[in-house]
Design a protein around this ligand. Structure first.
Ligand code: ADP
Length: 451
């Protein structure tokens, strides 16, 4: 059994993990950078260790420092590390070092993280296991000339993507062959700058799809289940802003079919822990794009409709326990929607760090606010601008929308500008209400509303 966990993260997700640990009677260790010494996750943990400055020139900073985090485990006697999302959560090298120190990593094996971290190898593995993938060769591109030949075969438009991609970076859409040289070069440069790996690949650009992802859980005994889908179609710059479950465009029959394909693939590759298999759902077909081998930001919508704590399940799996439920005992209920509250000023989404004088969290039946804000907290400029996630759960989609609108009105993060007003507008939109949108809808909507 695990009795002490170190959380290698910050912000709302660190707090969220601490909450589950407390409910399980597990002691927690918060690590933090110097700017985070007054952060809520630090206040809530049983023990804390400062692991350095937020940014150190030319070196991996605190939350990215393998040695600082592993040392913090050794000093405090934490037996396991929960990585949250981002930072080191999908870093196979870190996982290997953690395991070398006989510390449990709460997540999949380094082998699976590496396999899925390279999007080309992920597509190769998934297609061999019978998962439908976005059309395109599962090979890296050597030159724009080679890319032109492939594009001719699969048909324009196509998209050049970074094999090591993440966070919507390193992607370039190509509409015709004259655009290739530039797109190839820009994607490659962006990939080197962001990921230190310039490998790029090509796939068909699916122009009006929806982003639908399947949540899976698997243990070390060959048991795997799926917990339905999340629809994350509302995106800006390939980044999710609103997520819901179930998807308004998926029937229970389709859900069961794709769920079965996913659990089959997961079982066959020997994966364990939580994971998300991401698809573009285009003209009634699922097309695999990538797999995230960690907890997702948007996991609370799944927790809401299934009544399952995914972090508790991750911990149980890492502790060597079998899954405590079977597929046929999983029954979703109602509808849940999450919006990401970013400290950003509209209309241009400019980051707005600074001191929060008044914070008021929405509440009431079916409302969950995951945030580490409090009165007097200063949002540092060093990290991304996500300061909270507001989740509404009700009997059906229209009631969940009504509940979310009501909750957004209650939210106060004074005087910091947030993305809350954006959602108040979107939730009123006829096309949103009728679920008539694709992955490009929000970009157009933002242009029409904010110019
Ligand atoms: P990242 O890992 O950077 O998040 P993904 O491969 O998950 O990248 O893609 C993120 C988003 O980019 C998708 O949800 C979708 O909106 C868009 N996208 C990715 N691949 C394609 C494609 N082949 N066609 C159309 N849009 C795509």
């Amino acid at each position: 059994m695990i009795s002490k966990i170190l959380i290698a993260n910050r912000g709302e997700i660190a707090l969220r993990i601490i909450r589950t640990c407390k409910e399980m009677g597990i002691k927690t260790v918060a690590v933090h950078s110097t700017v985070d010494q007054d952060a809520m996750h630090v206040r809530m943990a049983d023990e804390t260790v400062c692991i350095g400055p937020p940014r150190s020139h030319g070196r991996k900073d605190s939350y990215l420092s393998y040695s600082a985090i592993i040392s913090a485990c050794e000093i405090t006697g934490a037996q396991a590390i929960h990585p949250g999302y981002g930072f080191l959560s999908e870093n196979a090298e870190f996982v290997e070092q953690v395991e070398d120190h006989e510390i449990i990593f709460i997540g999949p094996s380094a082998h699976h993280i590496r396999m899925m971290g390279d999007k080309i190898s992920a597509k190769k593995v998934m297609s061999e296991l019978g998962v439908p993938c976005v059309p395109g060769p599962n090979e890296s591109l050597n030159s724009p000339e080679e890319a032109k030949t492939i594009a001719q075969e699969i048909g324009y438009p196509v998209i050049v993507k970074a094999a090591a991609g993440g966070g919507g970076r390193g992607m370039k859409i190509v509409h015709n062959k004259s655009e290739f040289s530039e797109a190839f070069q820009t994607a490659q440069q962006e990939a080197i700058a962001s990921f230190g790996n310039g490998e790029v690949y090509l796939e068909k650009f699916l122009s009006n799809g929806r982003h639908i992802e399947i949540q899976i859980l698997a243990d070390n005994f060959g048991n795997a289940v799926h917990l339905g889908e999340r629809d994350c179609t509302l995106q800006r710059r390939h980044q999710k802003l609103l997520e819901e479950s179930p998807s308004p465009v998926i029937s229970s029959k389709v859900r069961a079919e794709i769920g079965k394909i996913c659990t089959h693939a997961i079982t066959n590759m020997g994966y364990s822990s939580a994971g998300t298999i991401e698809f573009l759902y285009h003209e009634g077909e699922f097309n695999f794009i990538e797999m995230n081998t960690r907890l997702q930001v948007e996991h609370p919508v799944t927790e809401a409709i299934f009544g399952i704590d995914l972090v508790r399940e991750q911990i149980n799996i890492a502790a060597g326990n079998p899954l405590s439920f079977k597929q046929n005992s999983l029954k979703p209920s109602g509808h849940a929607i999450e919006v990401r509250i970013n400290a950003e000023a509209l209309p241009n989404f400019r980051p707005c760090p600074g001191q929060v004088d008044i914070y008021h969290s929405p509440g009431g039946l079916g409302i969950r606010m995951d945030s580490s804000l409090y009165n007097g907290y200063t949002i540092p400029q060093d990290y991304d601008s996500l300061v909270g996630k507001l989740i509404a759960h009700s009997t059906d989609r229209s009631r969940a929308i009504a509940k979310l609108k009501r909750a957004l009105e209650e939210l106060i993060v004074h005087p910091i500008a947030t993305t809350a007003p954006l959602f108040q507008e979107i939730l009123k939109d006829k096309e949103f209400i009728n679920s008539e949108y694709d992955i490009h809808w929000l970009e157009r909507w933002i242009k029409n509303h904010y110019g």
